[in-house]
Design a protein around this ligand. Structure first.
Ligand SMILES: [Zn+2]
Ligand SMILES: [Zn+2]
Length: 359
């Protein structure tokens, strides 16, 4: 049952979107004409995302990387390197997809680990995931793995990640401490309610040393699919130092700033609602306090282990003490808009997810 006694909705204070400092808006998963299923030239893609107010875009074409002349590390929006690998299970092009952020070329050993045919059942699928995560471990810092569309029903039913959970958890734990696993919670090709449940299953095996961050992505193949889901980065510890001048005068962020915020979970995943979450010192005995901020009309939910509701508020602010040593173990904030968005052929939730905070 929700305990709302400690939640202080301060609707009178700081209402209005203008009071939320502007985060960096970043797209983690998009296809250009270098993917067989897309005809979108990179420069057109860039113009389109620029109009949508994006600060950075990772180019993640299928099984290949961007040409170096297409990348841009100076001008807003940045065009950053990435790729979406098809993990041949049992053989290419069947199997789930793994996005690698920051990968500039696909060397032979990575190609071999991803594309050699392997039956998904234990132990072959397990060996493949071990080889892939070992490659990522060898090449960090610089490469972040993202599990794409966790419940995608495509690829003749082989395109989801849920059948490989045990093998995945086993392989992921060999990543060096601090290197996160990212999972898509918002991808138009996958049902968000099921993806959220799978995220919470993974979080039961996660820790601050082995975190799992949830992201939102367009997975766009043309302009009609752009701007549905993204991440908003709050660079700096606990969301501090995050105010930026408004578009278009604001300068381009450094690619390293984008990468560090993603690695450290200083961001929210969203399909629309703004959300900012910070942890601040609080007088004993609580020690710390969680602060969540959105705009009027957005409903805030604090959830604990397994995604269970701990408290809720009509916003736009929520405070929650985080006692040391006891409590929920892990908490997150979700921000829901009552106005559902409709994408043709699917129900698309209007929601933002914070990253987990270990108490
Ligand atoms: Zn995919
Ligand atoms: Zn894709």
């Amino acid at each position: 049952m929700a305990d709302t006694a400690n939640v202080h909705a301060e609707s009178a204070r700081n209402s209005g979107a203008g009071n939320i400092a502007r985060p960096l808006k970043v797209q983690l998963h998009v296809h250009s004409e270098r993917s067989l299923d897309s005809h979108w030239p990179v420069q057109e893609l860039r113009r389109h995302y620029d109009q949508l107010g994006f600060d950075a875009i990772f180019l993640t074409d299928h099984d290949r990387t961007a040409r170096s002349q297409e990348l841009s590390f100076e001008r807003r929006p940045l065009l950053l390197p990435g790729s979406e690998l098809s993990l041949s299970m049992p053989f290419w092009p069947l199997g789930p997809h793994l996005v690698l952020l920051g990968v500039e070329h696909i060397p032979l050993d990575l190609h071999w680990a991803a594309h050699r045919s392997s039956w998904p059942a234990w132990p072959w699928g397990r060996t493949k995931l071990h080889d892939l995560f070992a490659w990522i471990a060898r090449h960090q810092p610089g490469v972040l793995p993202v599990l794409a569309h966790l419940h995608w029903p495509g690829n003749l039913g082989t395109g989801g990640w849920y059948p490989y959970l045990d093998a995945l958890i086993d392989a992921w734990q060999q990543l060096p401490p601090g290197l996160p696993l990212l999972v898509e919670l918002l991808n138009p090709h996958s049902p968000t309610d099921q993806d959220r449940r799978l995220w919470h299953t993974l979080l039961a095996a996660a820790s601050p040393q082995h975190p799992v961050w949830g992201v939102g992505s367009d997975d766009a193949h043309h302009s009609d699919e752009a701007g549905q889901a993204w991440v908003e980065l709050w660079p700096g510890v606990g969301g501090q130092d995050a105010s930026h001048p408004a578009h278009p005068s604001r300068p381009a962020p450094a690619a390293e700033t984008v990468y560090q915020a993603l690695a450290h979970g200083h961001f929210v995943a969203t399909s629309g609602p703004p959300l900012r979450v910070a942890v601040e010192p609080f007088p004993l005995p609580a020690g710390r306090e969680l602060l969540a901020e959105t705009v009027p009309g957005i409903h805030l939910r604090l959830v604990g282990r397994g995604g269970q509701l701990v408290a809720e508020s009509d916003g736009p602010h929520m405070r929650w003490p985080l006692p040391r040593g006891i409590g929920q173990g892990v908490v997150q904030v979700e921000a829901y808009s009552p106005a559902a968005r409709t994408v043709p052929g699917t129900f698309w939730p209007n929601v933002a997810f914070s990253q987990p905070i270990w108490t």
